[in-house]
Design a protein around this ligand. Structure first.
Ligand code: OFO
Length: 168
């Protein structure tokens, strides 16, 4: 049976991952409204991956003999001003999630819970990839400075992102 302090932290992480899904759907909606379908696709895939992350924690808590408790979450931001504003917000959010995963890992290390440490290592790598992917788009958007032709090309590029279901 998993230690209660870690169990609480894992349940809070489930909430954060589901909130990430909801936030990215809100970002998808911004782009869908502006007919930037490639950008919308990028966040649609991102949202689905966040849901998978939530279930990864959900399944882990179950396997560890703990009880999953779902927490409420706030309304996600929806008043974005530009595509760059959306991606800067997404990058900030990813940094927040990375810190949360690192704090969880510190807790598991302090408790010498090596099973949870091993489980969390996947998320440490995943977060660094996600920060990198958001940051790449932030940098491109800063460079193109709302140039319509540049936005169109980036929209084409982001339409190529595909959802890959997790291996279970
Ligand atoms: Fe769940 O990976 Fe980002 O937030």
């Amino acid at each position: 049976m998993i230690n209660l302090k870690i169990l609480d932290a894992l349940n809070i992480q489930i909430q954060k991952e589901f909130f990430s899904e909801y936030l990215y759907i809100s970002m998808e909606a911004y782009f869908a409204e502006h007919d930037l379908d490639g950008f919308a696709n990028f966040f649609n895939v991102q949202a689905r991956e966040e849901r998978d992350h939530a279930y990864k924690f959900f399944n882990y808590v179950n396997r560890a003999g703990g009880k999953v408790i779902l927490e409420a979450f706030d309304k996600p931001k929806s008043d974005f001003s530009t595509p760059l504003d959306v991606f800067e917000s997404a990058l900030e959010h990813e940094k927040f999630i990375t810190k949360s995963i690192h704090d969880l890992l510190d807790l598991a290390l302090e408790s010498k819970d090596h099973t949870t440490v091993s489980f969390l290592n996947w998320f440490v790598d995943e977060q660094s990839e996600e920060e990198e992917s958001m940051n790449k788009v932030v940098k491109k958007l800063r460079l193109l400075n709302e140039n319509p032709a540049g936005l169109f090309m980036l929209d084409q590029e982001l339409s190529q992102r595909t959802y890959i279901p997790p291996v279970v």
